[in-house]
Design a protein around this ligand. Sequence first.
Ligand code: GDP
Ligand code: MG
Length: 163
Amino acid sequence: MPPIVAIVGRPNVGKSTLFNRLAKRPKAITHDRPGVTRDRLEATVELGDRIVTLIDTGGMDFDAPEGLERQIVVQAEIALTMADVVLFLVDGKAGRTAMDDEMAERLRRAGKPVIVAVNKVDGSERIPALTGDFHAWGFPILPLSAAHGHGLQDLAETLAKAL
Ligand code: GDP
Ligand code: MG
């Protein structure tokens, strides 16, 4: 069994966009509304020279009428029980939110290796401004643009090292 990399993060940060890109799936299945992705949640992908099983935990919210807090709990639980490495995706454009802080705290308690990927850093000149907020957690941080495909090489290398 390949090691499991779980992508966690609140709705709309770009989990499905990243998942589809890494899994080389067409981007048509992501949507502007959070939580609408219901397709495949799991893919075997090549990251650098490693084969891993990638999981989009955002797709596991099912209908989640209980709200966002519940989603965080579910995702953190999945990360805790299944993942070898947790890829914690945040939105650099939106900045750090209370939900992000809550997730960071749960992941810290889970004790698994965590890498924070700051998504929506679409241009490299904005890296310091968009990633600065997230250093406070003390996890390794990488800037990323899932939509444009920037930062994926660094991400693959960092994940491979954490496995
Ligand atoms: P999820 O809810 O975390 O799975 O997020 P999605 O992958 O569905 O993406 C939510 C929205 O963010 C969509 O409108 C995406 O097009 C957009 N998005 C995803 N990645 C990026 C990125 O790197 N840059 C920008 N500007 N937008 C992005
Ligand atoms: Mg999604």
